[in-house]
Design a binder for this molecule. Structure first.
Ligand code: HEC
Length: 215
């Protein structure tokens, strides 16, 4: 290449590198927390609008997301307790709670039998008297040695579990006279049968001591 030609090229290249306008690099942008005289309060940052809540940490329904209305625990389930919902509750309870509280809720699950603190039975009068929101609250925030289940179990499932815990409690205290006649007749028949297996002519190994619980 001719020397004068390479000089021209050099000038062009240097021009391209240094001669650009710098506007794009020097925009009047405020850094975080930087002061500014643009707004009357002198801050560069704008405060979030009052009542703003971080995404994902809020639900339109206070009772549903906290188990509380004001300072009081919710006394009625904020979700309709359908058969399916209760079955979901049993499924989640058996997975997440029964290892300590056991499947019947008496507080003698396998982890407890291996040395973890024994929780109070759900059938204790103190817990039978607790509103359903209390169970949601304990699961959501933890209780003493028990950690929070909010990171593992979403709110709707925590309600399903709370409903199922209530069902477990009721299951231990059925008042026969309060049942529908057909349900009552069925239970009375099975009770009579359990008392006298010979009456039906069927073998009942579980009532004959074959399946007793030995601790
Ligand atoms: C790893 C064992 C463990 C698991 C799993 C567990 N808990 Fe607990 N839970 C405990 C212990 C221990 C306590 C008592 C804590 C204390 O008194 O320090 C407790 C306390 C409670 C209480 C409060 C009882 C009271 O005395 O007022 C409720 C309600 C409860 N658990 C519900 C649940 C539910 C529902 C689940 C399932 C989502 C669950 N727990 C899972 C161990 C567990």
């Amino acid at each position: 290449m001719h020397p004068s030609r390479s000089l021209v090229l050099l000038v062009l290249l240097t021009g391209a590198a240094f001669g650009c306008r710098q506007d794009m690099h020097d925009q009047p942008v405020l850094e975080e927390y930087e002061a500014s005289d643009f707004f009357a309060d002198g801050r560069g940052d704008r405060m979030p609008i009052e009542g703003t809540v971080a995404r994902g940490s809020w639900s339109a329904d206070e009772a549903f997301s906290t188990g509380l209305v004001g300072d009081a625990f919710v006394t009625e389930l904020p979700v309709a307790p359908t058969q399916e919902f209760l079955e979901r509750g049993r499924d989640r309870y058996d997975i997440f709670c029964s290892p300590c509280h056991d499947r019947a809720g008496t507080g003698r699950g396998m982890i407890v039998r291996r040395g973890f603190k024994q929780p109070t039975s759900f059938h204790h009068p103190r817990l039978r008297a607790q509103p359903v929101g209390y169970f949601f609250d304990v699961m959501s925030r933890g209780f003493g040695e028990m950690s929070s289940y909010a990171p593992l179990v979403k709110a709707e499932d925590r309600w399903a579990i709370a409903a199922y815990v209530r069902a477990l409690q009721l299951s231990q205290r059925v008042v026969l006279a309060e049942l529908e006649p057909s349900a009552r007749a069925a239970i009375e028949a099975s009770m009579a049968e359990a008392e006298d297996p010979a009456a039906t002519g069927e073998a009942h190994p579980e009532t004959a001591g074959g399946n007793e619980h030995h601790d």
